[in-house]
Structure formats: C-alpha cells, structure tokens
Design a protein. Structure first.
Length: 595
C-alpha cells in the first residue's frame, strides 16, 4: 500500500532551495521513498528459533536476487540503460561470503533477530567506508547501500515503500536514488525527483534529463512523512521546491507550466529547419545515444544523426564479451534507423565508473586514471578488433564514423588506427562488404591530448571534445562529488582556452570539431561555443530543440565577439556572470512563443 500523508499543521508556504539537475515544472502530490531501516528493533531470539532466523536471512537473499534478475531483464529489454551494469555488481554482492556464511555465523552467535544483526554489520561497514576517500570504493559503497536496502525491504516486508507501487502521478522525495530504485518505478507516474543527495552526472540525473523529468537535489526537506504537504511544486530551472504553496503561487506556476508546454511545442516545430544563424552560418546538431529509445527521438526533435553512440552501455550487463555478430546486429540496426545521416560510434569506454561483468582488469586504486577506455582496448587487442570488425561491417548499411575515447597522445591514436586497418584487411579477404572510407575521430578529453592537438589533428578525420572529463582531468575535480561542485566549472578560463586551441588546430588541419559534453546542450554556452568555432553540437535529445532555437536566433559575427570577450576573464565566476547576462539579452530578442 502507498502511504497516505498527514496534512501539515502549519498552513504557511515553505520554500526550499536546492541544486537544479533537470529543468521543468511539476505540481502534484509527494511520494516519500523510505525504507525505514533506521527503525529496526533489537531483541533476543530463543535458541530454538535461531534456525528460523537463518532461513529468513537466506530467503531475503533469494528474494533480493530474484528482484535484481527481474530488473536486469527489464532493463535489457529497454535497451542498455546505464543502471543495468550496476545490477550485475549487486548479484555478485549477494553471493559474497559477507552476505552468506559470515552473516549466518553472526546470526547464530549473536542470538538476536536477523534485522538487528544485519543492521549492526552494515553500520560497522559504513563507519569504515566513511574514512575512505578513494573514488572507486565510494562508488562501490553506493552499490552496497543499494543492495542492503533491498534486503531490508524483504526482511521488513510490511515496512518498505517501493516505487513500483505508485499508480498515480507523484513527485518522488528520497534521500538518494539508485538506478535499481528508478528501474522499479513506473516512469509514466513520476512527475519529478527531489533528493537530499545526488550529483549532476549521476545515473538518475542522466535518466531524468533523457526523459525530461524535473529534478532538484541537495534539498533539505522534512525528515518524516507526516511533515510533507499534500501539494508541492518543483521548479527544476531555479532549483526550488515549494511546500504547501499559497493559491496565488500555485496559479503562477500553473501558468508557467502552461507557457513552458507552449514553448516546447514551439521549439519542436523548428525540427524541419537547419541549425543556421541569422547571418547564414551553418552548424550541425546531432544527439547522444546510450539507450536505443533515444534513437526514435531524432526525427521528432530534428536531429542530424547520432553525434555520439556510447557503445559500452549495450553490453555492461553481459557476463562475457559480446560476440562480433551480437555487436554487428546492434550497429546495423543503429545506422539503418538514422536514415542516411551519419552515426558516430565511440569504441568501448569501459573502466572508471563503467565496469562490465566481463571487465578483464583487476581492482585498481584509482580506476579513473587507470586502465580504461582505449588503454584497456589496446591491451585487449582481440576484443578491440572484434568490435572494430562489427562496426566496419555495419558501414555497408549507412554512414558510420568511429571515435576513439580517452586518447592521451599520438602513440595511442596510431596504435588504434593500426588495429582498424588490420580489421579492414581481414574483412576484405573474407569477402565482407563495407565502406572503404570510414572517418576516424579522436576524443579530446585529457589535457595532454588538448596540448598536443597539433600532432593529433592531422592523423584523424574529425575531433570530438568530451568536456565532462576534460573539465574533471584539467581541474583535478571529481565530477561525481557534490561537495566539489563549486570547483567543477566548464566556464573555467583554462577550459575555454583549450576549446579554442582545439578548434584552431582543427581548422589548420581542415578537421571539423564537435562538442559532446553537457555544455553542448546548455543554451547558456551555445553562443560561446559557436563563437569559439565549434562545428557540431552533440546533445541529449531533450536539449536539441532549445539549442537549435538559440542558434537560429543568433548572429555568428556577434558570437565571435562574445567568445573573444569571454576569453579575457580571469575566473570561472566572471565568465558565468557574463554568459548569463548575454543569454538574458538574447532571450529578450527571441520571437515570442505565445504569438
């Protein structure tokens, strides 16, 4: 049963500030996602009932495993959602000795109820994890918390409040949400997400942006369910959550929501038009794809092909490396769906925060700086060639480009191209049809690549700037750490200068440059990127209409002046203030969506 909320005793309006993750407005009733593991009682079990407690424990593990397998099946069917790979790790955790023989031994020796024994064990582990700063272990701890909540849910069957029980539109409040939490939810009933903790690049944040669900995090909302009002408003643009809004406030936001709906319709009506400025400068907008459902949005949003296909997301839940035929079938379907438009396939970017069950590398203290992406593929030469063969074969059915991730210097690019040529020679001898002119691209997301762009550009056919990692590695800031978000700034002068450097060298070598990071889909940066000389924007499909509208209402010569001005500032804050001021001016000149 879904819990009913008690009305607030106070009738005054409360405004809570947070951090906006995904824009949009939601008005509706709240749903408190709560597993209540903090309310576990501790009591002694008679010796004759110990075996029963042990059986309860193993039944909870069995039920949890069944849940995870069901979710994996659901996510695979939906097309390789990023959260699916974490579920594989959860299955491994459920078979860990800590969860099996060690827990059984503790239940027998403690003589306490199973819930309290398990609570004591995870409390001890939480204390240990809180003393660890290593990013790898922090990410694994989130998985550990997720699976323990699931086990508690079965031990306390009458206490849990799963998202799968939602059958009406609701705004979800939670301390933090995991991919498996949201995988259980019926997304058609989710109006918005509000969490106390979460990062802009988290799995749930990516999903929310992909689906256009308003999301505000870092909100200190009331701790108990009865403190929540019946009606709340979520402003995903300003990062505000309004509890118990006044009738006037509700009316204002209903009007804003209506205008936003009209604006979305207006922006989508531009899908037939090209991304061309008022003074005739032509650029290109394509979409980033990680779930196959994203592909269907290309014709409805007016995209020009796929600017970045994250190939690893289709296979992260596999137990073994995918075969050539498995991959070929996916890539062929992909390129056929874009109807002649180009499709950029990035080779497997495995490692860091993306570990498939087939990952051949052992534990690394710092996986973000370890054997990941192209480094891993060059070590696993056979697996790399298998993927390249599949991509090359799919080129017979449409225009495919290949993009190599995390290139740090010329040797890695040349080694990758060598394996690519070997794969082509093999396929030619075997009689497979394929395009002989497949463009090869280099992902620029490491400072060393940006600083040696004059060496890399002549050796490839196009360049793609991955700003998410470029910012992280350039500023030495973990982009998944909310406490460091004040340092993670795409507007940092060093980032702007690197983008300008990459574009300049790309032009010298006559190589187009695209941007596929988050800033490509942020209208605040559209004029800046245009002025810096970026040729292509690769964005989430939900961001495409707004970015295209910005481009169509700009003068290219003005954006060049804007970019030159932005390059003169000394701090990220100065750049942000300037961009916000300029964007406000541009918005005032845009045609009214209500005319």
């Amino acid at each position: 049963m879904i819990r009913q909320h008690k009305p607030l005793l106070n009738s005054y309006e409360i405004r809570l500030e947070g951090y906006p993750i995904c824009t949009g407005i939601a008005i509706g009733k709240p749903f408190m996602f709560n597993w209540v593991d903090e309310q576990i009682h501790d009591f002694t079990i008679p010796s004759g009932q110990i075996e029963s407690e042990v059986r309860r424990w193993y039944q909870a593990l069995k039920s949890s495993r069944r849940d995870v397998l069901t979710l994996q099946k659901k996510l695979r069917k939906e097309g390789g959602e990023e959260g699916v790979k974490i579920l594989g790790a959860h299955l491994e955790m459920l078979q860990d000795p800590l969860m099996t023989v060690q827990m059984e031994e503790k239940i027998r020796t403690a003589g306490k109820n199973t819930e309290s024994v398990f609570k004591a064990v995870i409390t001890e582990y939480e204390q240990k994890f809180h003393r660890i700063t290593d990013q790898f272990f922090r990410e694994r701890f989130k998985d550990f918390q997720d699976i323990t909540r699931r086990i508690f849910g079965h031990l306390l069957a009458n206490e849990k409040c799963p998202l799968s029980e939602i059958s009406q539109a609701r705004i979800i409040f939670a301390h933090e949400l995991s991919p498996s939490d949201t995988a259980e939810a019926k997304l058609e009933y989710i109006e918005a997400f509000v969490t106390r903790s979460g990062a802009e690049t988290s799995h749930v944040a990516i999903m929310a942006r992909s689906l256009g669900i308003p999301f505000v995090t870092n909100v200190n909302f009331p701790n108990t369910i009865h403190c929540l009002p019946h009606v709340v408003i979520v402003d995903g643009e300003k990062g505000i959550v309004i509890l118990n809004p006044k009738p006037k406030t509700t009316e204002e936001y209903l009007e804003k929501k209506k205008k936003l709906k009209i604006e979305v319709h207006y922006l989508s009506s531009n899908k037939e038009y090209s991304a061309e400025t008022i003074d005739g400068y032509r650029t290109k907008i394509s979409i980033n794809v990680e779930m196959t459902g994203d592909i269907d949005a290309i014709p409805t949003r007016g995209g020009e092909g796929i600017g970045l296909f994250r190939s690893e997301y289709l296979f992260l839940a596999k137990d073994t490396f995918p075969t050539e035929e498995d991959q070929f079938a996916v890539y062929r379907e992909l390129v056929e769906k874009v109807n002649g438009d180009p499709c950029v396939i990035r080779t497997f970017d495995i490692g860091g925060d993306k570990f498939g069950n087939f990952h051949p590398v052992q534990y690394e203290k710092n996986p973000y700086l370890g054997c990941r992406a192209i480094r891993l593929m060059l070590k696993e030469r056979a697996a790399f060639k298998t993927q390249l063969r599949a991509i090359i074969r799919a080129s017979a059915f449409g225009e495919i480009n290949i993009l190599f991730p995390m290139i740090s210097g010329l040797p890695e690019l040349l080694a990758s191209k060598e394996i690519f040529e070997e794969a082509k020679e093999e396929l030619a001898k075997e009689g497979f049809p394929f395009s002989r002119t497949i463009p090869i691209g280099c992902m620029i997301e490491i400072p060393s690549a940006a600083l040696t762009i004059d060496l890399l550009a002549p050796e490839c056919d196009f360049l793609s700037i991955g700003t998410n990692d470029l910012v992280q590695y350039s500023l030495a800031v973990d982009r998944n750490n909310p406490s460091l978000s004040y340092l993670y700034k795409s507007s940092h002068p060093s980032i702007l200068r690197m983008i300008k450097m990459i574009v300049t060298e790309g032009r010298k070598a006559n190589k187009p440059v695209s941007v596929c990071g988050e800033i490509a889909g942020d209208p605040l940066y559209t004029a800046l990127l245009l002025g810096l000389g970026v040729n292509e924007f690769s964005v989430a499909h939900t961001a495409l209409p707004l970015v295209k509208n910005c481009i169509r209402n700009l003068c290219y010569v003005d954006t060049v002046d804007l970019a030159q001005k932005a390059l003169t500032f000394a701090t990220a804050e100065e750049v942000e203030i300037f961009l916000k001021q300029e964007y406000a001016k541009m918005q005032a000149q845009f045609p009214s969506t209500l005319d």
